[in-house]
Design a binder for this molecule. Sequence first.
Ligand SMILES: Nc1ncnc2c1ncn2[C@@H]1O[C@H](COP(=O)(O)OP(=O)(O)OP(=O)(O)O)[C@@H](O)[C@H]1O
Ligand SMILES: [Mg+2]
Length: 240
Amino acid sequence: MSALPLLSVEKLNAWYDRSHILQGVDFHVMPGEVVSLLGRNGAGKTTTMKSIMGLLGRTAGQVKFNGVDLLSQPAHFRFHQGLAFVFEERRIVPGLTVKENIELGVIASPDGYKRTKEVIDEIAETFPRLKERLTQEAVTMSGGEQQMLAIARAMAAHPKMIMLDEPSEGIMPKLVDEMFEYFETLKNKGVTMLLVEQSVEHALRISDRAYIMDQGEIVHCAPAQDLLKDAEIQERYCSV
Ligand SMILES: Nc1ncnc2c1ncn2[C@@H]1O[C@H](COP(=O)(O)OP(=O)(O)OP(=O)(O)O)[C@@H](O)[C@H]1O
Ligand SMILES: [Mg+2]
């Protein structure tokens, strides 16, 4: 395994207009690692992911991905470097079928047109729920199915790293378990993941390490197994 991080974030600051939200965020993710970013509501987790993806107006500090400096680059450049982001609100395109939504994810990637059929076949095999619904209008599916689609669409570009913002939000427990089983298979394939998740136990069980954020800063970092046993830290920083 390479000794260099795939993602390294140093002194990351971010603002919404005049509100200074991220106050010098430092963390890294090694290739093949699954890392959780935890913390209570408003801690800055979504803002961190959006800043890494290039979706915030004003940021400062350093974000390096695969050795490339990202902070001055637009979002599509970052996507082409192999970075994928699944929004908490999913952003499924209305009026398009499940298959067409997946195709959007493929054709947006370099070389995408050539791989469309292969990727749809691969996704149909991995997600039986989506396979049965390929020709259905995507927004008519259940919330959980739409979340699966958002994840499948992000994976369609074969990213080097996927960032997931609260994938289990509003989804019934059976589907959450299914989703985390899928994350486990991605992990076993060596896909690098950064995960924000309210279900701390689910997140920590598949993570190698976790960072805890509070008020726009990283306040704690530990192996996921240690945090799972650390009720005090969980209570202090992760309870709503
Ligand atoms: N569009 C915005 N404009 C102004 N302030 C915002 C905006 N989005 C978020 N904030 C503020 O930035 C801070 C961090 O928000 P962020 O959404 O990153 O938190 P979070 O850790 O993802 O929380 P949650 O667990 O509730 O999703 C909060 O104080 C929030 O009110
Ligand atoms: Mg959030």
